[in-house]
Design a protein around this ligand. Structure first.
Ligand SMILES: [Zn+2]
Length: 327
């Protein structure tokens, strides 16, 4: 499905089969010289067909179209290789560009997930982890293509609009949005979503992601945005209202984590299984491993933020991390 949002701005619906997000919103900024396509869908046949058909209908030649990828997740970057043509540019924020490039060399997700599963206490070291169950490992194309790093303030003049890159770390470290000051439009990737809260999950300890995410929300709240074009679900008009809701969600989540942790030291897996989850399983044991892993990543993002804030301590025993409130 193609929706015309404003002259030269189109939303292309890319189906995400068997994924609770259902659809990725790809945005095309059509230009008589060089068009710009923002985000792509998974490296899956269903996504390829939907994208190819939409581009044909819109009269788009990929040899004259650049790609802007808001972040590295495969629902946004999976078709980069399929769409790539020599001479075009593929723009991505620095940290995500690095991840995308190293994933062409080794399947980064599998090694990162295996490490995280062990450190969170979810799986004992050496326990079998079957990455084929994890969609993210499959939905990336690993052919080598050149990537261009986009920086804060970089400008793209396309379709009669001037789009400015805005760095919004949190959902990923290299997450980037595009802001059009004239029409006050933000192409938001997964920084701000309607109805669903962007997942903030920690898979390594290089960054306090939640500590990055909240200021990135405040940064967008301070911009003069009237229309948010998100990576999934509905277009958002009450930007500040939605940002407030997302911030409140994380305040509640931090309280949940502290309550689940209690007095004794616990692993992230032990905290995650005591937290409330808005899922249709009866209890933690029924969660598929994939769900448990994402729950642990979310618990870890909040636990680690509290460590950085000095409210918790983090210690390591036999490679497993333990958290405890500071007395
Ligand atoms: Zn997404």
């Amino acid at each position: 499905m193609i929706e015309r949002i404003l002259p030269n701005i189109y939303r292309i619906e890319i189906p995400l089969p068997k994924n609770p997000l259902r659809v990725l919103n790809s945005y095309l900024i059509k230009d008589h010289d060089r068009s710009l396509l923002v985000d792509t869908g998974f490296n899956l046949e269903a996504c390829q067909i939907a994208m190819d058909q939409a581009l044909a209908k819109l009269g788009i030649n990929m040899e004259e179209t650049d790609l802007f990828i808001t972040h590295v997740h495969t629902d946004h970057s999976g078709l980069v290789q399929h769409l790539f043509r020599p001479g075009i540019s593929v723009w991505m924020g620095e940290d995500d560009a690095e991840l995308f490039q190293s994933n062409m060399r080794e399947n980064l997700f599998i090694s990162t997930a295996a490490k995280m599963l062990h450190r969170s206490g979810l799986l004992r070291e050496g326990s079998p982890y079957r990455p084929q169950e994890e969609a993210t490992a499959r939905y990336a194309d690993r052919a080598e293509v050149p990537i261009n790093v986009v920086h804060e303030g970089d400008k793209f003049v396309r379709g009669g609009y001037t789009w400015q890159a805005v760095s919004t770390p949190g959902h990923t470290v290299g997450h980037m949005c595009l802001f059009e000051t004239g029409q006050k439009i933000l192409i938001a990737g997964d920084h701000i979503l309607d109805k669903i809260t962007p997942n903030i999950g920690l898979w390594s300890f290089k960054h306090d992601l939640l500590g990055l995410y909240i200021p990135s929300l405040d940064k967008v709240a301070a911009l003069d945005v009237e229309l948010v074009l998100p990576g999934h679900r509905n277009i958002i008009t009450d930007v500040r209202g939605r940002i407030d809701e997302i911030k409140q969600h994380h305040v509640r989540r931090l309280q949940d984590v502290l309550q689940a942790l209690g007095e004794d030291k616990k692993t992230a897996a032990q905290v995650a299984q005591r937290m409330r989850w808005d899922l249709s399983y009866r209890d933690w044991d029924e969660f598929p491993l994939n769900q448990k892993m994402h729950a642990c990543a979310e618990a870890l993002a909040h636990l680690y933020h509290l460590v950085v804030k000095g409210q918790l301590t983090m210690s390591e025993e036999a490679g497993v991390l333990y958290f405890q409130t500071t007395s």
